[in-house]
Design a binder for this molecule. Structure first.
Ligand SMILES: Nc1ncnc2c1ncn2[C@@H]1O[C@H](COP(=O)(O)OP(=O)(O)OP(=O)(O)O)[C@@H](O)[C@H]1O
Length: 579
């Protein structure tokens, strides 16, 4: 049950509720255990006493006890369920916070659907346990211990018999619990697999339908669900066996003890009332043990889920700030340099994506990076943003090694306009203010104006407050690009990384996007992965990449004259649109 230990610090944050739950629990248990005492008195004295008043007192007292029991039980339920919900809410937030700090390589390695499943289904499993089941388990544990104690008080000799039988019942239960945990872990893994596949397929439904792949996608999902079912069935079978075993062992040993007690009563060594009282305690104890064995299964389940969560929590960010990071002066000048940088992706096999690359870009310089597909252009961006650290060489920002910087401080000084703009399910204003949540409405509007996005944004049904993204208005390609540019303008960073879209826009959008970009590039160090001739012509310098190295460097005229890779690309590949 070790994985569940991770929950302890979470539960301990809420000591008052914990104390409330504990108190209610003890009260309820005590009330339950008082009842048999009254029953014995009734059997042994009550029925042959002529005094009806005594009987009445017993019954009234009994109602009082039941009232305490009812109140305490309801309080226990409330506090414990509250704790479960609270702990899981905290846990979810913590796991997400942690995920957000992890290096990009973590997201290369793990499917996003799989991570989401851990955040949702695994935590739900834990909620069931941290809430209701712990409550049931604790109640039954207290009841069990209480019942045993009262049995000893009632009849030490009969209790001795019970205590001998106990280990025979309990020890196998523990073994079962282990088996269940392993199986449940597997069931959760399979389920996460299925949901990861579903979210991938649903996200790509356009492509799925365009290729009429509905059938094969559905078949694959069905298979994944089927595997998850088999895993769940195996785990359930183990739990069912546990339940049968638990109930049989508990009740058969009780019957044996009862038979023994009956002999004592017949021989006159024990009053019938005492046996009755003992019997009720035995039923309570046995019932508690039976329930415990069921809950044990649930707890084992949750333990599997907790294990999956802790695997995420122990992941350490591959890129993090050094103990004492150096600081960039003020806003930063925006000088970028690569010094003999070699880098291979963690998942990319042994082949380096870039090799021994060196270049210097002065503040305010405008550099175009060109090269065939797979040359390593995007990898340059990944290293400048410090999504990864190079295996050898250094990447510097204003002369400081990126590894000596806090990645947050570094990224705050870089604005990225990616090839495909991600629009979040949020309002247009929130989408633009993404990198600067504190920006005022006015700032957002200014940025949108500069990005030539104000016209179409103002024309939306609710203007800047219109919901965009999955559940809202869909923007056209050119509009999305201008929104991304507005986002970058608002961020106002000294360095701009621009991954030019390969797809052509219609002439009018193209002009707007180009004008927006010109606005954005003013006064910033700009590195652009260029696909358009117009962009390349405006660059101060062109870096030509091929196979992970820089093969040519110069201006358009110089490189065209050389008649190398650039001249060939310029002829075949760069879009020569107007503007
Ligand atoms: N996350 C990754 N994990 C493993 N390998 C990667 C990863 N990203 C890129 N690569 C590999 O690194 C090499 C360089 O890729 P990169 O994306 O930098 O090329 P590019 O020049 O930007 O190409 P394109 O113009 O097609 O986008 C390629 O061989 C690619 O397969």
């Amino acid at each position: 049950m070790k994985p569940l230990a991770m929950l302890v610090p979470y539960v301990l944050r809420y000591k008052p509720q914990l104390a409330g739950a504990g108190l209610a629990l003890l009260l309820a248990a005590a009330a339950t255990l008082v009842v048999p005492l009254a029953v014995r008195r009734m059997i042994d004295h009550g029925f042959n006493a002529a005094d009806g008043a005594a009987i009445n007192t017993y019954f009234i007292a009994l109602i009082g006890v039941v009232a305490v029991l009812a109140t305490a039980s309801s309080l226990r339920f409330y506090f414990v369920t509250w704790l479960g919900e609270r702990v899981v809410a905290d846990l979810r937030a913590d796991v997400f916070r942690h995920i957000a700090t992890l290096g990009i390589d973590f997201f290369d390695r793990n499917r996003s659907g799989e991570i989401t499943a851990r955040l949702t289904t695994d935590t739900t499993q834990i909620k069931a346990v941290a809430g209701a089941n712990v409550s049931i388990a604790l109640r039954n544990l207290v009841m069990f211990v209480g019942a045993i104690a009262m049995m000893v008080v009632t009849s030490p000799s009969l209790s001795g018999l019970v205590l001998v039988a106990l280990p025979i019942v309990v020890l196998p239960l523990v073994g079962f619990g282990r088996r269940i945990r392993a199986r449940s872990r597997r069931a959760q893994d399979m389920l996460a697999d299925a949901s990861a596949y579903a979210s991938e397929a649903i996200g790509a439904m356009r492509v799925v339908q365009a290729f009429t792949a509905e059938g094969s996608v559905t078949a694959r999902f069905t298979r994944a669900v089927e595997t998850a079912f088999v895993a769940a069935r195996n785990s359930t079978a183990a739990r069912a066996a546990l339940t049968a075993f638990g109930i049989f062992m508990v009740f058969s040993s009780m019957v044996a003890v009862l038979w023994w007690g009956a002999q004592d009563v017949l021989a006159g060594r024990m009053t019938p009332g005492t046996l009755g009282q003992f019997l009720i305690y035995a039923v309570i104890g046995a019932g508690a043990l039976g329930e415990l064995s069921q809950v044990w299964g649930d707890i084992a389940n949750a333990s599997g889920a907790a294990e999956r969560l802790s695997e995420i929590l122990v992941e350490t960010p591959s890129v993090s700030a050094p103990a004492r990071p150096q600081s960039i002066a003020g806003r930063g000048a925006g000088a970028i340099a690569f010094e003999a940088v070699t880098f291979a992706y963690p998942e990319g096999g042994r082949e380096a994506a870039i090799r021994e690359i060196s270049f210097t870009i002065a503040p305010g310089e405008r550099v175009a990076v060109v090269g065939p597909s797979g040359a390593g252009k995007s990898t340059l961006f990944n290293l400048i943003l410090r999504f990864y650290d190079p295996q050898s060489g250094r990447v510097t920002f204003d002369g400081i090694d990126a590894k000596a910087l806090d990645p947050l401080a570094l990224r705050q000084r870089i604005a990225l306009v990616p090839q495909d703009t991600v629009i979040f399910a949020a309002t247009a204003a929130e989408n633009i203010g993404f990198g600067r949540p504190d920006a005022s409405v006015d700032d957002v509007r200014q940025a949108a104006k500069a990005a030539y996005a104000d016209d179409f944004l103002s024309a939306l049904p609710k203007g800047y407050e219109t919901e965009l993204g999955e559940r809202g208005v869909t923007l056209s390609g050119g509009q999305r690009q201008r929104l991304a540019i507005a986002r970058a303008i608002l961020k106002d960073a000294p360095v701009l990384l621009l991954d030019e879209a390969t797809s052509a826009l219609d002439a009018e959008s193209e002009v707007a996007v180009q004008a927006a970009l010109d606005e954005l590039m003013v006064g910033r160090t700009t590195i652009v992965i260029a696909h358009r001739l117009a962009t390349i012509l405006k660059a101060d310098r062109i870096l030509v990449m091929d196979g992970g190295t820089i093969v040519e460097e110069g201006t358009h005229e110089e490189l065209s004259r050389q008649g190398g890779l650039y001249a060939r690309l310029a002829r075949l590949q760069f879009r020569q649109d107007a503007a």
